[in-house]
Design a protein around this ligand. Sequence first.
Ligand code: BGC
Length: 751
Amino acid sequence: MIKRTLLGSLLLAAALGAAAQQPIYQDPTQPLEKRVDDALSRMTTAEKIAVIHAQSKFCSAGVPRLGIPELWMTDGPHGIRPEVLWDEWDQAGWSNDSCTAFPALTCLAATWNPDMSTLYGRSIGEEARYRGKDVLLGPGVNIYRTPLGGRNFEYMGEDPYLSSRMVVPYIQGVQQNGVAACVKHFALNNQEAYRNQYNAQLDDRALYEIYLPAFHAAVTEGHAWAIMPAYNLYERQHLAENKRLLNDILRGEWKFDGVAISDWGAVHNTPRTVTQGVDMEFGTATDGLRAGAKNAYDSYYLAQPYLKLIQEGVFSTKELDEKVRRVLRLGFRTAMNYAKPMGSMNSPEHSAAARRIGDEGIVLLKNDGNLLPLNLENHPNILVVGENAIKMMTVGGGSSSLKARYEISPLEGLKQRIGTQGQVSYVRGYVGDVGGSYNGVHSGQDLSDSRTPEQLQAEAVEAATKADYVIFVGGLNKADHQDCEGTDRLSLALPYGQDKLISALAKANHHLVVVNISGNAVAMPWVKEVPAIMQGWYLGSETGHALADVLTGDVNPSGHLPFTFPQSLNDVGAHRLGEYPGRATELERMKQPGHQGDTLDVRYNEGIFVGYRFADKERITPLFPFGHGLSYTTFVFSRPTVSQSTMTADGSLTVRLTVTNTGQRTGEEVVQLYISDKKSALPRPIKELKGFRKVRLDPGKSQEVSFTIDRTALSYFDDQAHQWVAEPGDFEALVGASAADIRGKVKFALQ
Ligand code: BGC
């Protein structure tokens, strides 16, 4: 007994001794800032420089001498990108780096369900964690300004309120795993054309009311640990070196304590980046290991050139210390968070999550005569037409391209679901993009086809005459000038002659369903000819399962559009009033020799009138409005009421209504609250989304839905006073099922 006590004391003394020797920065019980200061105080200037820039395509150095690990980044935002070589974009060729591909963020936004964001963030965060990543390069929350935007599919739509509510849970879900979310592309990445050169010109109202709120929510509510500035310019400064956005707004007004990570190759100048730019520099044009010094990581703007300026006395280490502090903080939150979970990869739970998010995001746009859901008992003979029914969509589109462990195509999903209940046959109908590789990942599909468009169409029409239903699966894809990073679309129209084919199919068979696969609105000149239309997004690994779920009615459609489908580009503010992709004379000038590298000013003349705000103002009837989405059941809204008719300046008020499922099936409805300011000193949109709730109801059941709002829901940004203002006076609360389907209104006043 005595012996054991003695041994115990000796062990305790040894442990205490060890604890006494353990530096503060290694002690997880110490406050974060103390650990950061301690680690910083032990680092040499060269070590500090080493941690603020890349040492490979996707990782930055640690401090081996102090046991501080490297930081590993990954794209983002729809799945974990496969491994590339240390120093090149070619695949590393791992056999264990395939992932679960989740639906594109446009689809997530279309769920209008923040619980789906939590599920998404948690699941993708687990995959990132399992693969040893510290930073997930996503989510993206740039506002949908034009339907031609090549990266809209990676973002969350046109409305600042919807994208704010959806981005916060995604970030929280990711970061629970000890993986940082890196919100991108801060801010004003609203086009891919001239993405390194265009200078967004807009007033502060548009900046604060439309383009910044989702980033603001990500930082101040989601507490994102990292952010990635965009490639383009604002106030004629690249966003990676932008004083206003990074120093004044992000770090100043929003008190961001995380790391601003440059987009790959987005830094252009050392002194500006030192004083007002990103904290870490990553790059695209690097061949350091192969080509020696020229493009090596040591030559990065935040590497030797910066060290030299310090050595020459141009800069002290003040700015460097601040950047390193942020990088260390990121490290303690991620790589050096030793309590973080293990994560998991390709689990059945992740497949189920991808399917559920897809199920909830698919939008039923039109359903004349209740053509859907498919009635297999009476009409078992299904013909599927269209390239997108068979094409793998997880490969392509730019940096969000994935190596999915599996991808169920729409055709495969329908075949699996329908099984022996019917027959599913397929004809191609048209040939679009036969490519299928990105960055050395190949889809493995050979989609080449030597038949002429006429032959393909004739064959499809012939088959259509014999089918009970025709399901056309078309739309865009991830090739250049479709939905793809680096290029914008060239028109609103569907490519590859699909319009002609759809019209011909509609004549051949009245049971035609069009499933549009895209991350953008497309023109539908045949809209009146086709009874049922579904927006299918890019749904990732579970594409075919999710589409079959909704087409057959196993799942009731409950997605709603996160952006307006315009009838034509002239109905979009950026095209009618604003400039896109820039002013014609300036675009012309840039074609002249010596001017290719010029900065291109793009004036956002439409200001705050983006999406439905523009349609409302100009009294435009869109093809399908923002917030639109049908269901296989029906819902009735009661008249809304307010808890009191007057709101005090610092009080709140509750809008209430009852929703009843009056149809035959269980289903979800998205109840949307818009606020309208009846009179104001500055022009305001006719209405703005300020609340939404997705409710699930059995047939015949009712539920009360309430929204409590305060002055923030009534405010506009006064750019002269540089503050949010809620003007006393009359307001109206509008409740509806889309921006164009307002079911009830109630007035109130702000004191
Ligand atoms: C994209 C980023 C991406 C990065 C790394 C850039 O081209 O704009 O969104 O995270 O590459 O792949």
